[in-house]
Design a protein. Structure first.
Length: 205
């Protein structure tokens, strides 16, 4: 990464960190863009150069998360199923939580405290599902609006999202991190196994 790219990344991270700190301290709705800009030591216009909305400031890693998931699907080795990819994706998330504990600023506590952020998170998860469906359709030579591909994508994404949101909710209220991690991985594995058995019965993969 060149100097210019590093500078841009640092500025983006400074804005996101400032926003999360203010949201955690005062609540999402009460914080203005000008206040985020001031804490990040940038102009209001600079904030909008990097983020289109306050919601995006909190979900600043969303594009990376989606790209990683889609990349894992597209580039999976021969013999690796879509369920395998999602099972690994969910486990990797909880492995990171085991290592670092709650995300900085209590990320999910901020989300749960705001109706706007809860709606934004649901829209984000739905968009990920549509992206997964497009990959599945392309692999099967099906149209992008194939109902079967969208149904499978929603099931897979639904398990991952359920493990993420239920687990982060428990962490935000103070439950033991090791126990939450262990239980979320186990619950997700059971749900993925159900999908896997259904796919085998239907002759899918």
């Amino acid at each position: 990464m060149g100097l210019r790219a590093r500078k841009k990344r640092q500025t983006r991270e400074a804005i996101a960190d400032a926003a999360a700190e203010l949201f955690a301290r005062r609540g999402f709705e009460a914080v203005t863009v000008d206040e985020v800009a001031s804490l990040a030591d940038v102009s209001r216009q600079t904030v909008f150069n990097y983020f289109r909305s306050k919601e995006e400031m909190l979900f600043d890693r969303d594009a990376e998360v989606e790209a990683a998931l889609i990349g894992a699907l597209v580039d999976r080795p021969p013999g690796t199923t879509v369920v395998d990819v999602f099972r690994a994706h969910t486990r990797e998330f909880w492995d990171r939580q085991r290592a670092i504990g709650m995300p900085p600023h209590g990320f999910w506590a901020i989300v749960e405290s705001s109706p706007a952020l809860r709606d934004y998170s649901e829209a984000t998860f739905a968009r990920h599902g549509r992206s997964v469906a497009r990959v599945l359709a392309a692999e099967r030579g099906a149209p992008t609006d194939d109902a079967g591909c969208h149904a499978l994508a929603r099931m897979l994404c639904g398990v991952n999202v359920a493990a993420l949101t239920c687990g982060l909710h428990r962490l935000a209220r103070g439950d033991d991190a090791a126990a939450v991690t262990r239980e979320m991985v186990a619950e997700a594995d059971r749900a993925y196994a159900l999908i896997e058995r259904g796919l085998v019965s239907a002759g899918g993969r």
